[in-house]
Structure formats: structure tokens, C-alpha cells
Write a protein that binds this ligand. Structure first.
Ligand code: AMP
Length: 172
């Protein structure tokens, strides 16, 4: 975990003053760190019979698609509003100021399929919780949430208490 933390770039005051942005592009471009991160996540789920990985736009696509390939699962993108071409279901969630929405194709998950939600990082947990609601709307069997990085001090996993939350790199 310390080696990963050394590689992840911390950018102070981005996108606004007081926020430290954990820039994972420095991990993604490091061939051995990237492989090791994906392999470690995949190892955690190897016996869970996951049918579908749901990746959250946009960095969740990078990790989520690698994980899907490793686990022999399908990959489903959850996107910001208006990006998906076919019929969608939508979930709106609150932000510090205002709200945001995410969408998934209505036929992306079949009822009862075992689903793992994946993103690069969990902060307040609002985004992941909204994606959890989308999976429930499609009657998927939500197995858990998977993140490369967890900002534990924001206690985002509290919003995801109904199933397992696993993260590789944790900032207390
Ligand atoms: P949240 O809904 O607060 O858990 O925010 C999660 C989403 O915002 C993830 O897709 C992250 O990529 C991004 N995010 C939030 N805070 C940070 C941060 N401090 N550094 C990097 N990404 C962040």
C-alpha cells in the first residue's frame, strides 16, 4: 500500500481550494504498479462468480474493464446524463451544492445477475450509492463495491452499508 501511495500524485487545491486530488494517472502509466493494482483487486474476487462489472465514468472504466477481463465478467458503463444512446434508467444524487445524475442502459443487467460496482476512488460515497440504486432498479444481485482508493476520513462506505466494500489503498 505504501508503494502505491508513493506513486499516486497528490495535487493540493484541485479542483478547488482545500481539496487534495489523488491523481491516479501516475499509477495507470506505471506498467508494474498498474498490473499489480488490477491483479490485487481481481484476486479478491476470483471465487465470487461475478457476472457483470459496472464501471463508473470515467476512471472507473479504466479499472473496471481490466477487472472484468481478468474475472471473465461483462462490463457495463454507468455514465453522466445524456451520453448513452439507447433507453436508460437514471438516478439523481445530491452534491455539496446541487445535484448530479447517472444513467445506465435499461437492458445492461439481467435480473439476478451478480454485479460488482467499480470506481477508481470513493470519497463521500454519493456517486457509488447512486450507482447501487441503479443496479437495484434493474434487479441485479449487488455483490459489492470495489475501489482502488478509499478516503476513509470521509466515511463514504457508511452510505454503502448493504454489501461488501473493498478498497486497495486507504487514506485514514
Ligand atoms: P464521491 O461521490 O464523493 O465518493 O466521489 C467519487 C468520485 O469523485 C470518484 O469518481 C472520484 O474519481 C472523484 N473524486 C472525489 N474526490 C476525489 C479526490 N479527492 N481525488 C480524486 N478523485 C476524487
Amino acid at each position: 500500500m505504501e508503494e502505491f501511495k508513493r506513486i499516486i500524485r497528490e495535487v493540493p487545491d484541485f479542483p478547488k481550494p482545500g481539496i487534495v486530488f489523488y491523481d491516479l494517472t501516475t499509477l495507470f502509466k506505471d506498467a508494474s504498479a498498474f498490473r499489480s493494482a488490477v491483479d490485487s483487486l481481481a484476486a479478491h474476487y476470483h471465487d465470487r462468480a461475478i457476472d457483470v462489472i459496472v464501471g463508473i465514468e470515467s476512471r472507473g472504466f479504466i479499472i473496471g474493464s481490466c477487472l472484468a477481463y481478468q474475472l471473465g465478467a461483462g462490463f457495463v458503463p454507468v455514465r453522466k446524463l445524456g451520453k448513452l444512446p439507447a433507453e436508460t434508467v437514471r438516478q439523481t444524487y445530491s452534491l455539496e451544492y446541487g445535484s448530479d445524475s447517472v444513467e445506465v442502459h435499461k437492458d445492461a443487467i439481467q435480473p439476478g445477475q451478480r454485479v460488482l460496482i467499480c470506481d477508481d476512488l470513493i470519497a463521500t460515497g454519493g456517486t457509488a450509492a447512486a450507482v447501487g440504486e441503479l443496479v437495484k432498479k434493474l434487479r441485479g444481485d449487488l455483490v459489492g463495491f470495489s475501489f482502488l482508493v478509499e478516503l476513509e476520513f470521509l466515511n463514504g462506505r457508511r452510505k454503502l452499508d448493504s454489501c461488501e466494500v473493498f478498497s486497495l489503498i486507504r487514506y485514514p
